[in-house]
Design a protein around this ligand. Structure first.
Ligand code: URA
Length: 443
């Protein structure tokens, strides 16, 4: 008979688990038959010892089997989704989903919450008062059929194992593990019914994995496992050296996403959004080439079609449209503080991971599993890498509901921004593309 303690010891000692052992563990954990403390120990053992491709595939399949799978086979067009491996200031999903849907590709998007130092799409959507991310499958299908996309969290019946493991990983230091990231992302995407997938694999200081080699390994694992599961999967590496856009924090990012949909968002956010969206249109068969895809996306943006779809989704999911229609009507936290330049020069770098943790410190993320997020907390950057700055000029404004939270985060945020004497160039945003044949294209 299998015992969880034996399975933990086997992985701790560096041996490969059998698919049966993985399936046994995951199914029992999803049914609350194994305690968090034992699964935490197993997650830590997996973090240090890794998993083979066979184990990772068994993990993804066991996670899928922990719940139901949505069948979208009835749709006329191929449902395509995108998922990011996690970044800071990454509000791309909020812009991309309505844009891609406006071009005729169905997007059944099931997202996660903030994890570690990185933000999560569900927390950003829930910053819109009353917005419901917990919706049942039948309602989600109605919304998808009506407007071509839906943005939601896992229902109780879809990948329950990931919902539990995700929040445990968040607080046990076990997020940056290639097999755990692969299992988490691919199980959700498969179960939601996506037939093709564009992965935004973040690379740089604000990403979960530290080195380029590990990041490419993650991208290749995701692409090969996604395709093994029957989803046409590609991975686009994108820069996460500094926060994406100017806003970090849930409402501030949702506000910036709406500005992007209205055509006035920051260039870096739009560049990443357009690149990933174009890949989705090609994978979904709505464009032959990336250039053709770009034309359709430009038109969806500039005619206001994508914005109208975002608005409609907000309405259907119970969100308060008044804050979307008048972005200034959202009441921001009472306390703010500016971090100012200590000297003249140029922004040499902004350490994305540190910025993410400062966001958590001011209430935009969770330090422990049951923490409640402050939707208005976060920061707005006024300067990004490469910008010239003068002594005393504001680099970033912090927003929080308690002055002690600002006082705690401000010195760390200040240390996260380097000012240098000579001009520097921000690194390119769109890095390599990894496709199912294992080809790596430098973009
Ligand atoms: N996004 C997920 O859904 N899971 C991870 O493990 C990392 C990013």
């Amino acid at each position: 008979m299998l015992q969880i303690s034996d399975i933990i010891v086997k992985k701790r000692d560096g041996h490969a688990l059998t698919p049966e052992e993985i399936q046994w563990t995951i199914s029992r954990y999803a049914r609350d038959e194994l305690p968090d403390y034992q699964i935490s120990a197993l997650l830590m053992a997996i973090f240090y010892r890794g998993m083979t491709r066979v184990e990772t595939s068994a993990l993804a399949r066991a996670m899928i089997e922990s719940g139901d799978t949505v069948d979208l086979g009835y749709l006329d067009s191929l449902p395509v989704d995108k998922h990011s491996t996690g970044g800071v200031g990454d509000k791309v999903s909020l812009i991309l989903a309505p844009l891609v849907a406006a071009c005729g590709v169905p997007v059944p998007m099931m997202s996660g919450r903030g994890l570690g130092h990185s933000g999560g799409t569900l927390d950003k959507l829930e910053a819109i008062p009353n917005f419901r991310t917990r919706i049942e499958e039948s309602e989600a299908l109605d919304i998808l059929n009506d407007i071509g996309f839906v943005m939601m969290g896992q229902t109780d019946s879809i990948v329950p194992a990931d919902r539990k493991m995700y929040s445990l990983r968040d607080v046990t230091g076990t997020v940056p593990s290639i097999p755990l990231i692969c299992g988490s992302i691919l199980s959700k995407k498969y179960a939601e019914g996506a037939k093709a997938l564009v992965l935004d694999v973040k690379i740089g200081d604000g990403a979960f994995l530290k080195t380029r080699t590990e990041t490419i390994e993650l991208a290749k694992s995701l692409v090969s496992l996604g395709n093994d599961l029957g989803m046409r999967t590609i991975a686009q590496l994108t820069a996460m050296n500094q926060p994406l856009g100017n806003a970090v924090g849930n409402w501030l990012e949702t506000r910036e996403a709406v500005q992007c949909l209205r055509g006035s968002g920051p260039d870096d956010v739009m560049e990443v959004t357009m690149a990933l969206s174009a890949q989705m249109l090609v994978l979904g068969g709505k464009a032959e080439t990336l250039a053709e895809a770009a034309e359709c996306l430009d038109s969806a943006l500039h005619t206001g079609k994508a914005m109208a779809l975002f608005r409609r989704m907000t309405e259907l999911q119970g969100g308060d449209l008044s804050v979307i229609d008048d972005l200034d009507s959202f009441v921001l936290p009472s306390f703010t503080k500016d971090i100012v330049a200590s000297e003249d020069g140029y922004i040499g770098s902004i350490h994305g991971r540190e910025v993410g943790w400062c966001g958590v410190m001011v209430g935009a993320g969770r330090q422990s599993k049951d923490d409640i997020i402050d939707p208005g907390a976060g920061m707005i950057f006024h300067k990004k890498t490469g910008d010239a700055v003068s002594k005393g000029e504001s680099l970033v404004t912090i927003y929080a509901s308690d002055v002690s939270l600002i006082d705690g985060a401000a010195p760390r945020l200040s240390d996260a921004i380097d000012i240098v004497e000579q001009p520097v160039e921000a690194p390119p945003l769109i890095d390599m593309l990894i496709d199912p044949a294992g080809w790596i294209k430098k973009c």
